[in-house]
Design a protein around this ligand. Structure first.
Ligand code: 0RA
Length: 645
């Protein structure tokens, strides 16, 4: 080692020592945020190590337990983290992995390490943010253990027993002083991620157990995620409530220039494009070079096939890239040794070389597929032609939306009651169901910063409508113009342009009943399919109007659920009268302001997308054609089902 290198090394190790403190000081830099997302991110970070071990071919089963006290245990049957002395650090390798930022797996240069959480920060970061963590290693006949508090080891690694098992077990309790909002884990959130991981890494078995919830026989809630087919099964799962256009799922698997590329795709009868891309198991919401490579490969190959097939003979206009992706569901998964992530949320792949790798893999294998399956090929080309025709019609409608948007105040929808403030960051807009509730909201609001846009009854179900119908729809046009959102940039004809966004809070305000939630869902579906970035940027909220007004004499209190109502009645001692609000319309302007609109007292629920894939499935199920899965979902989730039944 040269003198310079030595210096470099010692400087690095000092940095590493300070690293754990730094993680606690600036947790968001490492795990994104300290809210619900960051809390769940801790679990993903730990699981990633086990997934790496599985990808290296040494581990088959990963157990994840949500313990009774909301601590988490991750258990794998891999080789076990080495416990021998780490020469450079002078302590056990296990301790290095657990307490040195950025040390994870580095002592094993040849290990096939490509997975890694969103921020790829390693298990030491989880340790730093945990009140308590215990690592247990089953290795070479012995059981080893070390515990930590807030990232600091409590004792040197010690042997605590003998075993014939192999593997690693980590149990951690997130630090409440860091995760102040909540330390309660959400089963569905973890389940969605584990399911995704099982599809992305076929062959691995991942088992989730919730020790907080038991069935009638006293068995804790548990689910096993395992996929033998991988991505093609993932696509089937995603499209289970859509109608596939072809019986086959096109599956592409190969390695180009040392980059493993996997794609599965199928066309369905819907009009939306559902592409989900992953790099090293991380969902790349913002896309990047792998996605553009996929698009290029797909468009080029299908175009060539269509041209040669003669099916385009009578077509009067060009087919565009978008047309090849209407009604397409596809998963693209690549493994990249040194990924460069860019973009607002660091979920856009930047590595140039990946684009050509994916494009080539897709071209070669899709060409073969089309040659071998001429019937599917014909069905797909016909679908593309239909999409091109519809797009032609849609463009005219969309241009009208844009023309309106660029106009000044005069161009704003007549139904909008705008606010006087012009700084978008200060401004809120309430999307209100119905003209009458709209009127109440207009009286009740603070007109300085709150705008009201009433929407008429049930808005269009965009899940079932072709694009041009969506852009022709009066309520939807109003939303675009009121919000100041346009569509289409140089780069991407469907990209949202939020540079002229007029409000940073968009609040969906509907009745607290079945119809109201249906309308809220329709509006959310619209945002998810046509303004997803608004949701991703955290601009979309749902208002929570109260369910009850409890009165006694001059006293008035509101309740948002039955328990709260009962408490208030008790407090008012007996003879209180209860009014059940059936809709916003039953409140007067003052009540609406007090309970639902006044920033001091209201509760706004911010809409967050936990998992792109789950959100896509839920919307296609709720708003699509098939009834049984929808009824099932509503029965499991509907809050209002009993009240109005
Ligand atoms: C590097 C080397 C070896 C094991 C691991 C990492 C490892 C880390 C984790 C983290 C969670 N589960 C894990 N399982 C394994 C061992 C190399 C060897 O035994 O030769």
């Amino acid at each position: 080692m040269s003198e310079e290198n030595k210096q470099q090394y010692s400087a690095d190790s000092i940095q590493a020592l300070e690293g754990m403190e730094h993680v606690r000081m600036r947790p968001s830099m490492y795990i994104g945020d300290v809210g619900v997302r960051g809390l769940h991110h801790l679990v993903y970070e730990v699981i990633d190590n086990s997934i790496d071990e599985a990808l290296a071919g040494h581990c088959d089963n990963i157990h994840v337990y949500i313990n009774e006290d909301n601590s988490i245990t991750v258990q794998d049957d891999g080789r076990g983290i080495p416990v021998g002395m780490h020469k450079k650090e002078g302590v056990s390798a296990l301790e290095v992995v657990m307490t040195k930022i950025g040390a994870g797996g580095k002592f094993d240069k040849d290990s096939y390490k490509v997975s890694g959480g969103l921020h790829g920060v390693g298990v030491s970061c989880v340790n730093a943010l945990s009140d308590h963590l215990k690592a247990t290693v089953f290795r070479e006949g012995k059981i080893w253990e070390q515990e930590y508090e807030r990232g600091k080891s409590l004792y040197p690694v010690k042997q605590v027993g003998e075993t014939d098992k192999r593997g690693t077990e980590v149990t951690f309790t997130p630090d409440k002083s860091i995760f102040q909002q909540t330390t309660e884990y959400n089963y569905d959130t973890l389940a969605a991620r584990l399911r995704e991981l099982a599809y992305l890494n076929k062959g691995i078995t991942v088992i989730l157990t919730d020790k907080r919830n038991f069935d009638d026989e006293g068995v804790p809630l548990t689910e096993t995620f395992h996929s033998t087919e991988g991505l093609s099964e993932f696509v089937k799962y995603l499209d289970s409530t859509r109608e596939q256009l072809t019986a086959n799922i096109i599956s592409i698997e190969g390695e180009k220039n040392g980059i493993p590329v996997e794609v599965a795709m199928v066309y369905n009868t819907s009009y939306s494009e559902n592409l989900h891309s992953y790099v090293n198991n991380i969902n790349t919401h913002e896309g990047g070079t792998h996605l553009s490579g996929f698009r290029r490969g797909l468009t080029g190959t299908l175009k060539k096939y269509a041209d040669n097939s003669g099916l385009l003979k009578n077509l009067k206009f060009e087919i565009a890239g978008d047309d090849f992706r209407e009604g397409l569901t596809a998963i693209i998964s690549v493994k990249v040794q040194e990924p460069q992530f860019e973009g607002q949320t660091k979920t856009k792949l930047g590595n140039r070389e990946v684009s050509a790798a994916v494009s080539q893999a897709v071209s070669e294998m899709l060409t073969d597929y089309l040659e071998e399956n001429p019937n599917d090929a014909k069905t797909i080309v016909q679908k593309v032609i239909l999409a091109a025709q519809a797009r032609h019609a849609a463009r005219k409608a969309r241009e009208m939306v844009q023309r309106k948007t660029v106009m000044s105040i005069g161009g704003l929808p007549g139904k909008l009651s705008d606010c006087s403030e012009t700084d978008p960051e200060q401004c809120e807009i309430f999307l209100v169901e119905g003209d009458s509730a709209g009127g109440t909201a207009k009286q009740g609001r603070d007109r300085n910063f709150q705008a009201i846009l009433p929407l008429r009854g049930k808005i269009l179900n965009v899940e079932k409508a072709m694009q041009h119908k969506v852009f022709e729809n009066e309520e939807i046009k109003n939303m675009f113009t009121a919000l100041g959102v346009t569509i289409g940039t140089e780069e991407d004809s469907k990209a949202l342009n939020l540079t002229k966004l007029r409000y940073h809070k968009v609040v969906i305000m509907c009745d607290a009943d079945v119809d109201g939630s249906h309308i809220a869902t329709l509006i959310l579906t619209f945002f998810f399919r046509y303004m997803r970035e608004m949701v991703e940027q955290g601009y979309v909220y749902i208002a929570t109007p109260p369910l009850y007004l409890v009165k006694k004499g001059q006293k008035r209190e509101y309740a948002w659920d039955d328990d709260q109502r009962d408490l208030i009645v008790q407090k008012m001692s007996g003879s209180a009268t209860i009014q059940r609000y059936k809709g916003l319309g039953e409140m007067n302007a003052e009540q609406l302001w007090d309970t639902t609109m006044n920033p001091e007292f209201r509760t706004l629920r911010q809409v967050i997308i936990d998992s792109d894939v789950e959100a896509d499935r839920v919307f296609s199920m709720l708003m699509g054609d098939e009834v049984p899965p929808r009824r099932d979902f509503i029965e499991r989730n509907a809050k209002y089902a009993n009240i109005d039944a």
